[in-house]
Design a protein around this ligand. Structure first.
Ligand SMILES: NC(=O)c1ccc[n+]([C@@H]2O[C@H](COP(=O)([O-])OP(=O)(O)OC[C@H]3O[C@@H](n4cnc5c(N)ncnc54)[C@H](O)[C@@H]3O)[C@@H](O)[C@H]2O)c1
Length: 240
């Protein structure tokens, strides 16, 4: 599909699913801005893709505001916001041992971060004739998660995205939620490592038997959803 002429902001674009999405959207002709907390990895990913990079901490309102301001100065609008930034902490931690600090940290990145990114890019999305927002839920929103904190946060993002789809839909902005299956990224590998550690099993064997999908596979779905070809898609999209 053709993404020529589109300005695409990928938050969480340094690595994992976001990193693969930066590369694919740029290869398909979009002007891509990658934003992430991890400046070193983000700059490398963006440079390889021919994208630009802006550092952001999605938990910091002033930082997200500054990101939106810089994108406005450089591009004037956003056609597609892809918000992949997220963390998973507390995998397999019993509830009696899970700290409120960990719970709130996960919530702050995954839910408040998603809210802040959408809040400050909405004025720029409203300048696009075919604006699209892609937010990250997870099967963990509807099925038991390894982490109380992560499962709760993805339920939060899902409810937030459903509200946004209806409200921003009235302004012509198409909002979709994405729920990938197990994808081979740093986040997923750290959960598998934690599971192997607590069971005393072999990490490499656990990875091999996990049948993880490639981040590039999800990136293909995201690039299609960002394109005009997907203009009839509404709601939650599950991927491998
Ligand atoms: N990998 C999977 O199997 C899987 C499954 C379902 C859902 N997801 C969701 O997909 C999205 C991408 O996950 P991934 O697997 O690519 O993870 P990842 O850890 O590989 O990448 C996440 C990116 O978010 C960035 N980030 C973290 N905190 C940030 C902050 N405060 N501000 C800005 N950037 C920040 C990281 O630096 C990193 O580049 C997440 O929302 C995740 O919950 C992943």
């Amino acid at each position: 599909m053709d993404l020529n002429g589109k300005v695409i902001l990928v938050v969480g674009g340094a690595a994992g699913i976001g990193g693969a999405t930066v590369a694919l959207c740029a290869a398909r002709g979009a002007t891509v801005v990658a934003a992430d907390l991890d400046e070193a990895q983000g700059r490398q990913t963006a440079a390889q893709a021919g994208a630009s990079f802006i550092q952001v901490d999605v938990t910091d309102e002033a930082s997200v505001q500054a990101l939106a301001r810089q994108v406005e100065q450089e591009h004037g609008r956003v056609d597609v916001l892809i918000q992949t930034a997220g963390i998973l902490l507390g995998a397999y931690t019993p509830i009696e041992e899970l700290s409120a600090e960990t719970f709130e940290k996960v919530w702050r990145v995954n839910v408040t971060g998603t809210f802040l990114c959408l809040k400050y890019t909405t004025p720029l999305l409203k300048r696009s004739s075919k604006a699209v927002v892609l937010l990250f839920s997870s099967p963990a929103a509807n099925l038991p998660s390894s982490s109380y904190a992560y499962g709760a946060s993805k339920g939060g993002v899902q409810a937030f995205g459903i509200a946004a789809a209806q409200k921003l839909g009235e302004a012509g902005i198409r909002v979709n939620l994405i729920a990938p299956g197990g994808i081979d990224t740093g986040m997923k590998r750290s959960v598998i490592a934690e599971d192997a550690r607590r069971r005393g099993t072999d990490y490499d064997k656990a990875i091999a038997s996990s049948n993880l999908g490639a981040p590039e596979g999800v990136a293909k779905v995201l690039a299609w959803l960002a394109s005009d070809d997907a203009d009839y898609v509404r709601g939650l999209v599950a991927t491998r």
